[in-house]
Design a protein around this ligand. Sequence first.
Ligand code: RP5
Length: 168
Amino acid sequence: MSEPVLILMGSKSDWGVLRETGTELDRLNIGWRAHVASAHRSLARTLELVRDGERGGVRVFICGAGMAAHLAGVVAAATTRPVIGVPLAGGVGDGLDALLSTVQMPGGVPVATVAVGKAGARNAAVLAAEILALSDSQLEERLRRARTAQVDAVAEADATLDTGRTRS
Ligand code: RP5
C-alpha cells in the first residue's frame, strides 16, 4: 500500500504553507506524498492523481489552494474518501476568498475545511491523523501524547513568562 495521505496544492507557490502539513504528518509518523495539481490549470491531471491515489491506497486527501480555491471541491467530487481543504492567503480577500471557496460546498459533497494558512495546514495533518487513528490504536496513542505535550508546553510557557511583575 502507498502512503495513506495525499497532499495536493494548486500551485508550487503554495508549498511554503503546505510544508507544515508534511512536517506534522512526519511528527505523527504518517506516510504522505505531495503533488502540484491545479483544478483550473490541469484538471485532467488532478483527476488522474485522485484516481491513482485511490487505487494506491490513499485514505485521506488534503488540498491547499488560494484565490478561487476549487481544488478541494473538485477532488471531493471525484472521491468518496475524506477531503480536507486548506484555504490559503494571497487573493484579493487575503484568504477569506479561498476560505469561502473551500468551505461553501453544496450539500452531499463535503470538504472538511480548516483554518486559513499555516495553522490550517498543520490542523489538516492532525485531522487526517484523527481519521486514520479510528482504525489504528498506535496512532491514537501518538495523538494522545502529542496533545499532552501541548498541555505541558502551555504550562512551561506560563512558568517562564516574564511580565516584569511579581506573580502569586
Ligand atoms: C491558486 O492560485 C493556487 O493554489 C495559488 O494559491 C494561487 C496562485 O497561484 P500561482 O499563480 O502562484 O501559481 O490556484
